[in-house]
Design a protein around this ligand. Structure first.
Ligand SMILES: C[S@@+](CC[C@H](N)C(=O)[O-])C[C@H]1O[C@@H](n2cnc3c(N)ncnc32)[C@H](O)[C@@H]1O
Length: 310
């Protein structure tokens, strides 16, 4: 197979500031309509319920182009634009952390609409993408085909807690891009990652590492199905207990701040208004944006890398 060429950056880089502002305003309007129509959200939604909310669908589509992860920025940058450039920078970082040669086969555990997988494929990596949310799978298949990457990326519906569809030692690498935060049983998922990785295989996780006991973030974590997120700092313990070696952690919090600051500023007034009426939990993404920004010290953004020994 000839290595696919990188073609998206020019196109996506041309998205203007006007696009983001218009997108953000439409998102807020959709959100207010959603709030008016919805009932009080007192339960803990499943992953699929969270991603199926009108607010999630519209927000991720309009503001993030359905790439559902943070952008990576130079330290000290104030504004998050262009967001697509920062998305590609984060994917580049993950690819560098995997440090696998072209031709390697990796598992994208929680692939969303497939944008990370497409970045990997363009570097000559073969990707098995799985996701638990049906409409993300439909979107990933369509996007992968549209970009002519069908020979490089297989897309399947699946839960990373149960990888029985894949045999032992079948991947050179596994990555999670902001999806392990949703794990109901992190130990079980890691045991599965271990099983399907080849000896010498690499695991890289780009994740939020929140303080689960944070009073301020409790509702955000519950409503976005991150309620079982690890205790802050627990990654090392869990990953090394699974048997992985060469554990390495990079704290990227400063480099993801511009986008969260943008969400925080954009959502601040609508969020405060909703709070006055006790309606804030009907707008989980606005709540997450504002509360995460206001309580930045109650979490961090990390890149974790570990290796299954030979
Ligand atoms: C924040 S999005 C990230 C998507 C993608 N990695 C990206 O960066 O665009 C999290 C994704 O993880 C998926 N997910 C959550 N729990 C999962 C599980 N147990 N198994 C597979 N996918 C899961 C969700 O459906 C969602 O698509």
């Amino acid at each position: 197979m000839t290595q696919p060429q990188s073609t998206i950056s020019k196109k996506s880089g041309s998205i203007s500031l006007r696009h983001y502002v218009a997108g953000s305003i439409v998102t807020l309007l959709a959100l207010l309509i959603g709030v008016a129509l919805s009932s009080r959200n007192t339960h803990a939604p499943s992953v699929q319920e969270y991603y199926s909310l009108m607010e999630s669908r519209i927000g991720y589509w309009l503001i993030l182009g359905n790439t559902r992860h943070c952008g990576l920025y130079p330290k000290g940058q104030l504004l998050p634009f262009p967001i697509s450039k920062a998305h590609r920078a984060m994917e580049k970082k993950l690819h560098a952390r995997l440090s696998l040669p072209a031709g390697s086969r990796v598992l994208d555990a929680g692939a969303g609409s497939g944008h990370v997988a497409m970045y990997m494929a363009r570097q000559g990596i073969r990707v098995q993408a799985i996701d638990i949310t049906p409409h993300h799978i439909v979107d990933a298949r369509r996007t992968v085909e549209k970009n002519g990457l069908g020979d490089w990326i297989q897309v399947a519906e699946g839960d990373y807690h149960d990888l029985s569809a894949f045999s032992d030692s079948s991947f050179d690498g596994i990555y999670t891009m902001e999806t392990f935060v949703h794990a109901d049983d992190p130990k079980k998922a890691l045991a599965e990652f271990w099983r399907v990785l080849k000896p010498g295989g690499v695991l890289v996780m780009h994740e939020g590492d929140f303080n689960r006991d944070s009073e301020k973030l409790r509702d955000v974590l519950r409503l976005s199905h991150c309620g079982n997120t690890l205790r802050e700092g627990q990654y090392r313990e869990l990953i090394t207990k699974t048997g992985f070696v060469d554990y390495d952690l990079e704290d990227l919090s400063d480099q993801v701040l511009p986008l969260w600051r943008f969400f925080g500023v954009l959502g601040y007034i609508p969020y405060k208004v909703l709070r006055v009426f006790g309606l804030q939990d009907r707008a989980i993404n606005v709540m997450a944006g504002v509360e995460t920004w206001l309580n930045w010290k109650d979490g961090r953004y990390i890149s974790v890398r570990a290796v299954k020994p030979q």
